[in-house]
Ligand binder design. Sequence first.
Ligand code: AMP
Length: 191
Amino acid sequence: MKLILLGPPGAGKGTQAQRLVDKYGIPQLSTGDMLRAAAAAGTDIGLRAKAIMDRGELVPDDIMVEIIAERIDQPDTARGFILDGFPRTVAQAEALDKLLESRGISLDAVVEIAVDEQELIKRIATRAKEMGGSRGDDDATAKRLEVYRKQTAPVSEHYGAKGMLRRVNGMGTMDEVTALIDAHLRPLVEA
Ligand code: AMP
């Protein structure tokens, strides 16, 4: 099973990705996690990425494509993978198309968890309060949502035009969203 999970920040992508890992036994390739690990390790790319991430902006496409190409080439992706947080721009989606094609890999599905913006703002504010967030965090959150709207939302259209997009309503509980995703993926496994 080779999947892309799309959705705005706060849509519950990480939780759903983890459930898919458990269900299908395939790795979650989270570019956010990879960048945070690189920052914690103090690598050159990691340190450059950290400043960009703290502002809620996007790390340049060429760096992201290189990171994901290296990760997809690891042997644990042979049976499949869940891309979480990538692609985040149309340029990344186009680069991914080429990368997969050159390796003879085809995607099974692109699942988008759709949540309306008012609900996202509420969820993110609740989470920030629980974690004792600062004003700077609020600014980064607003920036993240704006970046999503402008740069990442068009990625859905990229896959929609290819007839690959499966949109699920992300407004319900985590379990309800899991069930909706499952309804899309089960037929692919049984096919
Ligand atoms: P995430 O954990 O997916 O929300 O990612 C955290 C941050 O990492 C994002 O706000 C971006 O700054 C950066 N990032 C993660 N994935 C990408 C990507 N595919 N392209 C650009 N920046 C990314």
